[in-house]
Design a protein around this ligand. Structure first.
Ligand code: PLP
Length: 474
């Protein structure tokens, strides 16, 4: 493909994408295919001679689309939203074209510098405490990780390294292995599975602490567990608190947890993967109160802030904590400015070396929507969740299972878990809408998450009418 053909095919692809997204609600939200469906549709081996572009494009509808779950359909209510907007897609094209690998400032200065400034812009939108912003001379700063799971792991590894250095500065005879064997990290029993995984990968014990009747981790419960562990000779070093848990969008009480972490030298990481986007609205910002106690904070603009995957924003108060844990400086990555103190080399802030020019997506989205446009988007989703909650409450056969604070509604039929499992199975097998379940206090619960960028009240009403019909048949 030469540049002239690229120009032509690129325009055609934009048309295809515009048609796909413009008409997405006419497609069945969840595919009918069985595992292994795709292999039989394409050759066993890559072609020896080049294929025709027309044939490749024809195969999108024949091979790919039958197996696509349409996450951007307004009938998709599963998991949490994943971001999608035209400005972000255009920026992604540009990022692909520039195609730099921005592991150091020198590897592509614009890639590093735009990222630092975008994380400051976003931090200011959230009204994060100034310590988290890079500014021109701050100790803190932001970085784009691929996912919230990576942010949780990076924070845990940085905390591990920090506590080991701290203990060894007092007791140089203690080995890293011996200290690590006593380290204990914490989260609530509602935390995402990636938190437990971070403990596994980091080789430390991860304790899940029970939550209160609102599924929130509270200070007193944490303090008791922490004291118990200290008495047993363990070393508490890391807490991953969640704002907006995956099952029910509950909020750990970081105002209570934060001071305990500070006084016990426990690193507090705050995972707000989904809910974080809402904090750009002043009315939801109080949910973030207590972040001033955190050492690191993370949320996914790629979930709810119209930036397409991947783009997970992470801030640290003290960048040397992270850099201290991951710094490696082989000769082939060195550059003239690295010791000047004036540049950021993001390779020290993350696990992989390579990184894409992801901040372009933020830049395009923030400029094209403006803070007001982004706030309006969040508010619309929350209003639609409230509308759905109202529909559930108005039908005496159903109950709401957790407070509806943002765009997620947890609900169930009053009755057994079996009944609700059957309800969900029938809803999903009808393929008109798509939902996933969760478990709350041993109960099987259906999650209704407002997801699509293009969702309107009529989609929520249609979804509810469908749920009611399936429930009535049951
Ligand atoms: N943390 C929370 C609270 C989540 O809800 C999720 C995903 O939904 C994650 C972490 C994992 O996100 P990621 O896919 O960005 O790792």
């Amino acid at each position: 493909m030469d540049v002239d053909e690229f120009r032509k095919r690129g325009k055609e692809m934009v048309d295809y994408i515009a048609d796909y997204l413009g008409n997405i609600e006419q497609r069945q939200v969840y595919p009918d295919v069985q595992p292994g469906y795709l292999r039989s549709l394409i050759p066993e081996e890559a072609p020896e001679e080049p294929d025709m572009y027309e044939d490749v494009v024809r195969d999108i509808e024949r091979v790919i689309m039958p197996g696509v779950t349409h996450w951007h359909s307004p009938y998709f209510f599963a998991y949490f939203p994943t971001g999608n907007s035209y400005p972000a897609m255009l920026a992604d094209m540009l990022s692909g074209a520039i195609g730099c690998i921005g592991f150091s400032w020198a590897a592509s200065p614009a890639c590093t510098e735009l990222e630092t400034v975008m994380l400051d812009w976003l931090g200011k939108m959230l009204r994060l405490p100034g310590d988290f912003l890079a500014g021109t001379e701050g100790e803190g700063g932001g970085v784009i990780q691929g996912t919230a799971s990576e942010a949780t792991l990076v924070a845990l590894l940085a905390a591990r390294s920090k506590i080991i250095r701290l203990i060894q500065s007092d007791s140089p005879e203690r080995t890293e292995v011996e200290i690590t064997s006593k380290l204990v990290a914490y989260s609530s029993d509602q935390a995402h599975s990636s938190v437990e995984r971070a403990g596994l990968i980091g080789g430390v014990t991860m304790r899940k602490i029970p939550t209160d009747d609102k599924f929130a981790l509270r200070g007193e419960t944490f303090r008791k567990v922490l004291e118990e562990d200290k008495r047993a000779g363990l070393i508490p070093f890391y807490l991953c608190a969640t704002l907006g848990t995956t099952p029910s969008c509950a909020f750990d009480n970081i105002i209570e947890l934060g001071p305990i972490c500070t006084s016990e030298s426990v690193w507090m990481h705050v995972d707000a993967a989904y809910a974080g986007s809402a904090f750009i609205c002043p009315e939801f910002r109080p949910l973030l109160n207590g972040v001033e106690f955190a050492d690191s904070f993370n949320f996914n603009p790629h979930k709810w802030l119209l930036v397409n995957f991947d783009c997970s924003a992470m801030w640290v108060k003290n960048r040397s904590d992270i850099i201290g844990a991951f710094k490696m400086d082989p000769l082939y990555l060195k550059h003239d400015h690295q010791e000047s103190g004036l540049v950021t080399d993001y390779r020290h802030w993350q696990i992989p070396l390579g990184r894409r020019f992801r901040s372009l997506k933020m830049w395009f989205v923030f400029r094209m929507y403006g803070l007001k446009g982004l706030q309006a988007y969040i508010r619309k989703h929350v209003a639609l969740a409230k509308e759905f909650e109202g529909l559930v409450l108005a039908d005496g056969r159903f109950e709401i299972s957790a407070d509806v604070i943002l765009g997620l509604v947890c609900f169930r039929l009053k009755g057994s878990n079996d009944l609700n499992e059957t309800l969900l199975k029938r809803i999903n097998s009808a393929r008109r809408i798509h939902l996933v379940p969760c478990q709350l206090e041993g109960k099987f619960v259906l999650r209704f998450a407002i997801c699509a960028r293009t969702i309107e009240s009529r989609h929520v009403q249609e979804a509810w009418a469908h749920i009611v019909q399936v429930a009535s048949e049951l």
